[in-house]
Design a protein around this ligand. Structure first.
Ligand code: ADP
Length: 398
């Protein structure tokens, strides 16, 4: 069975074609600048070690999807001879609100519900819907499509974890609450961790630490999420690449009044100008920060220290929420690639039985970096949201 996985953004679209028998990626790529001058498709065929770049105007997502489907079936760089080889399409959908607690076969009703959730993710959900409709136009209505939600895994959080201390009516009327994001990644790596440990996920207390451009931590008890650091939006939690994370909410009106900022202005500052980029003034990329800090840049050092400190605070509080922790799992761009950040996060937790082997921590890939005398396992597991989406899709169309 071959599953086509799509992650549609407002002006971009990432895709993978996955062969479910081998779980291998047959083709993958990215459409950039959709609807903007200079649209470009980068298509990769890993088996042939080929990469092609096609620069052609893409007015909308339907154009983009048509170009991708042409690339998949192209005589030279394609990987299938006909679109009928694709059994189903899986979509990453950012927000499922309280409606979706698991992945779902897409129907007209489901599309309407995704649209209803757009108020929570105004940049993402509409783009995801456009992707779904574009597939319908290009491949017909009969191709099964599945929506896999970033928020779904976190729907098991108990009320005391997902409620905010605002008047209750805002939850009832406006559904203001913690939703959490990166759920597909947290679910994938917690399941992988159980495999690595040779146990059932239902027997384990796991803290998953997804550190990338956007970062979040989740407490996973017996395979179910009981708390996570992102909130009503992906702005909450620790500071991130360019996002401020949790701050005293009273700072917002103070800055708005003092600098005559609109809601959009302050939102932009908190999402795009803050985080480790805002603190360091160097970059949102952790490689640049590592380099600058090593060269003596104090603000880059501070940004890294804040990032590790805030992440540590989530890990420690979730250890308490779980009542003990069997494994801590690091994943995503920074979690998989930065030994320094991993070490910084767990340093000082030895009193809780959490101890890293700093030598083992220097390597990459799926690794166990636990010290021999640690009670808690510390693992590094590469995330694979696309494979998780493909697996859910295959499962639902079987
Ligand atoms: P996204 O949230 O966009 O999916 P990723 O999970 O791909 O992000 O993570 C991107 C981040 O990973 C970048 O900020 C980059 O700095 C970081 N990263 C990648 N490789 C390394 C590395 N070798 N050392 C430190 N950070 C790295």
């Amino acid at each position: 069975m071959k599953i086509f996985v799509i992650n549609a953004g407002s002006s971009s679209l990432k895709y993978q074609l996955i062969d479910m028998e081998t779980e291998k990626v047959m083709a993958k790529g990215l459409c950039e600048r959709i609807g903007i001058e200079g649209s470009k498709l980068t298509h990769k065929n890993p088996a042939k070690d080929l990469e092609v770049k096609i620069e052609k105007p893409m007015e909308n997502h339907t154009d983009a999807i048509k170009m991708v489907l042409d690339a998949l079936t192209d005589g030279k760089h394609g990987v299938i001879s006909s679109l009928s080889e694709i059994s189903a399409v899986g979509h990453r959908v950012v927000h499922g609100g309280e409606t979706f607690s698991k992945s779902t076969l897409i129907t007209e009703e489901v599309k309407k519900a995704i649209e209803d959730c757009s108020e929570f993710a105004p940049l993402h959900n509409p783009a995801n819907l456009i992707g779904i409709n574009a597939i319908e136009q290009a491949m017909g209505k009969d191709i099964p499509q599945v929506a896999v939600f970033d928020t779904a895994f976190h729907q098991t959080m108990p009320k005391e974890a997902f409620m905010y201390g605002l008047p209750y009516e805002y939850y009832e009327k406006d559904k203001i609450r913690r939703y959490g994001f990166h759920g597909t990644s947290h679910r994938f790596v917690s399941a992988e961790a159980a495999k690595v440990l040779g146990k059932k996920v239902t027997e384990l207390n796991i803290i998953t630490v997804h550190l990338g451009n956007g970062s979040s931590v989740a407490a996973v008890k017996g395979g179910k999420c009981i708390d996570t650091s992102m909130g009503f939006t992906p702005l909450a939690g620790m500071l991130m690449g360019t996002r401020c994370g949790c701050i005293d909410p009273a700072i917002i009106p103070v800055l708005m009044n003092k600098y005559n900022l609109s809601a959009d202005d302050i939102n932009n500052i908190m999402n795009k100008k803050s985080g480790v980029a805002g603190i360091s003034g160097v970059s949102s990329d952790f490689r640049d920060l590592d380099k600058a800090a090593a060269e003596g840049n104090e603000r880059a050092r501070l940004a890294l220290d804040m990032f590790m400190y805030q992440t540590k605070a989530y890990v420690a509080s979730y250890a308490a929420a779980l009542g003990g922790v069997d494994a801590i799992v690091f994943t995503a761009g920074v979690g998989e690639n930065s030994p320094e950040v991993r070490e910084g996060v767990v340093k000082g937790m030895e009193f809780m039985g959490i101890k890293m082997d700093t030598e083992k921590n220097k390597v990459r890939g799926t690794v166990d970096v636990t010290a021999a005398d640690s009670k808690t396992k510390i693992l590094v597991i590469p995330t694979n949201e696309e494979l998780m989406i493909a697996k859910d899709t295959a499962e639902l169309v079987k």
